[in-house]
Design a protein around this ligand. Structure first.
Ligand SMILES: C[S@@+](CC[C@H](N)C(=O)[O-])C[C@H]1O[C@@H](n2cnc3c(N)ncnc32)[C@H](O)[C@@H]1O
Length: 267
């Protein structure tokens, strides 16, 4: 990714007439990489579902706790972060390399704006490595092939899929993607997941998602607890299991958000 051309080509692919998830998520997180169309849709969604900003912040805080735990307590030094989003305050490689400077991180997203900003994601430590792959989560084999350039898939990997399986609308296909990814990594690897749900709090969430699907891209779906749990089949759930991501390994009195979070270990 030292070549500038992929970023320039990405910039040419950016559409500013329709709201994109990566940019609206950045808007909700208080970032600066969004267009008027993203802010307009983001504000309408917030009007219908005022908890959405809290969901986004809780999701990022969950990412931080997971990466700190895996890099610090477990000793994981390889991360495959699919559905990365735009660079923000604490990106996976910064948290991981803070604890383990030799950590290697591969980021994957398919939004051209994320590719256009990817350089920020590639400024890792000298001892470690970061790479960015412009790929679609629907093509896990392609992701694995690209990841092998940076990660040793013979050693444990943390596969991070935060807020991304909700863009794979078919649940069986989403399960199959997870199975393919986790089959390619050895025992001692982890899968970290977050996913929106209509089962928790979330007044107005359903109307907001319908509005999103009519006005923005890519389309999204919510899942119930049983569907979320099925993505972790065959893995050992780390404590405290499946919880609102705001309550994973933090104060149990944290407000509940309508976003499940969990981490599973491959036995
Ligand atoms: C809700 S954001 C989550 C970002 C980050 N993982 C986090 O938790 O803060 C979802 C990200 O998934 C990306 N995404 C959506 N559909 C995708 C697809 N089919 N393939 C790859 N990335 C996708 C979007 O571009 C966006 O950056």
């Amino acid at each position: 990714m030292s070549d500038r051309r992929p970023q320039e080509a990405a910039a040419a692919r950016i559409r500013i007439d329709v709201a994109h998830n990566a940019r609206v998520w950045n808007y909700w997180l208080g970032g600066e990489d969004h267009y008027p169309v993203d802010r307009a849709v983001g504000d309408r969604v917030t009007g219908m579902y005022p908890g959405i900003g809290e969901v986004a912040r809780a999701d990022r805080a969950f990412l931080g706790r997971v990466v700190r735990h895996l890099a610090g307590d477990v000793g994981t030094d390889q991360f495959l972060d699919i559905g990365t989003g735009l660079p923000t305050a604490d990106n996976t490689h910064e948290i991981a390399q803070h604890t383990a400077p030799h950590a290697r991180v591969v980021y994957v997203d398919n939004d051209p704006i994320v590719l256009a900003h990817a350089r920020v994601l590639l400024s890792g430590s000298l001892e470690g490595a970061t790479e960015y792959v412009d790929a679609d989560v629907h093509a896990p084999e392609r992701i694995l092939k690209a990841a092998r350039h940076t990660l040793d898939l013979g050693r444990p990997v943390a596969v991070m899929m935060l807020g991304i399986l909700n863009f794979v609308l078919d649940t069986e296909e989403a399960r199959s993607i997870v199975r393919t990814l986790m089959a390619a990594v050895p025992s001692g690897s982890h899968l970290a997941l977050t996913h929106p749900t209509l089962e928790l709090g979330g007044e107005g969430n359903e109307a907001a998602m319908r509005f999103w699907n009519e006005n923005a891209t890519p389309p999204i779906t919510a899942r119930n607890r049983a569907e979320f749990a099925s993505f972790l089949d065959g893995l050992e759930l780390l404590e405290p299991g499946i919880v609102p991501c705001s309550r994973w390994r933090t104060n149990p009195r944290e407000p509940e958000v309508a976003q499940f979070g969990a981490v599973g270990r491959k036995p």
